[in-house]
Unconditional design. Structure first.
Length: 313
């Protein structure tokens, strides 16, 4: 069986092996709470990403058999110098007790949005991820590797991308997945090229897969573990608003979209349509809900629309 076909079969088995979940590939990035439970129980998404609060992971699995859970443990520091193998062991020493306590989590992230702007950075990070993947596998757990920030790494620099191949190979060998972040502003498709079907911000994962991973039989399953509207991308698209989607309501209204919640839901549905066209994509988790400090990104007002959308797919 060809590599791409194997990945597609794995994704199908991961998502549909036990029960029929939503046909959508959208879900939530959450610290868990009542609003998150409403989305999970009523929308029945195929995956969820948990930040720091894993106490309800087993309950999520019990109520939604077949759901995929990605876990991230917040790290105060992400050292990227010295021996990468020793650093990976230090990472494990700091998180192992938490990971062992929550076997219902399917994949564990390591660093969040690491610096990979230079070849040296990427080579160090790849070696760190290889060691981290192997440590997790040795202890009976699976990794979500990479978790690169929006717009990174440089997909026009083959040397930098290929330097990460050892980590991808290690994840493939141990049943891991790839994690990426994709945001845009003022619209989800602001940097998207409808002629090529790819984008520099959203839809960027297609560049990585079409140019590098699919041709080399490295198309491991993908979770876009953060996505949505982020004014931090305005340097690419030319907008000037800071923060998350709620800060763009006035701009959208000025363009004729008076219902901000529905406008954002429509944009997310468009992104969903991209992912659903790619068999190697497990799904994406919208940033964010039930996590303090990110008020303009908070999708609590969107919960009824999101549940309705997930339920209808």
């Amino acid at each position: 069986m060809a590599g791409a076909a194997r990945v597609a079969l794995l994704v199908l088995l991961l998502v549909y092996g036990v029960c029929a979940l939503s046909g959508s590939k959208l879900s939530i990035h959450t610290g868990m709470g009542d609003n998150s439970w409403a989305v999970l129980q009523q929308g029945q998404p195929r995956l969820v990403k948990l930040l720091d609060n894993f106490s309800q992971a087993a309950d999520i699995k019990q109520q939604l058999p077949g759901i995929i859970i990605v876990g991230r443990i917040y790290l105060e520091d992400q050292p990227n110098t010295g021996d990468p193998k020793q650093t990976a062991q230090q990472w494990w020493d700091g998180v192992s007790s938490t990971i062992a306590q929550y076997p219902a989590v399917d994949y564990w992230e390591g660093y969040n949005e690491p610096a990979v702007g230079s070849l040296d950075d990427m080579e160090w990070y790849a070696a760190f991820e290889v060691a981290r993947v192997q440590i997790l596998a040795h202890n009976g757990f699976n990794a979500s590797i990479a978790n690169f920030a929006t717009g990174t790494p440089d997909v026009t620099n083959a040397q930098i991308i290929e330097a990460f191949y050892p980590a991808i190979d290690a994840a493939i060998q141990t049943g891991g997945i790839l994690g990426l972040h994709e945001y845009s502003a003022p619209y989800m498709n602001s940097s998207f090229d409808f002629t090529t079907g790819q984008g520099w911000l959203t839809g960027r994962y297609r560049m990585l897969y079409s140019q590098y991973l699919l041709p080399t039989n490295r198309a491991l399953p993908l979770v876009v573990s953060e996505n949505g509207i982020d004014g931090g991308t305005c340097g690419v698209t030319g907008c000037s608003t800071e923060g998350g989607w709620q800060n763009f309501c006035a701009q959208w209204a000025g363009s004729g979209s008076s219902d901000c919640n529905q406008e954002y839901m429509n944009q997310l549905a468009w992104y969903d349509s991209l992912m659903r066209a790619d068999d190697y994509v497990i799904g994406s988790t919208i940033f964010t809900i039930d996590i303090s400090g990110w008020e303009s990104f908070d999708i609590t007002p969107l919960v009824p629309d999101l549940i309705k959308y997930l339920s209808n797919q």
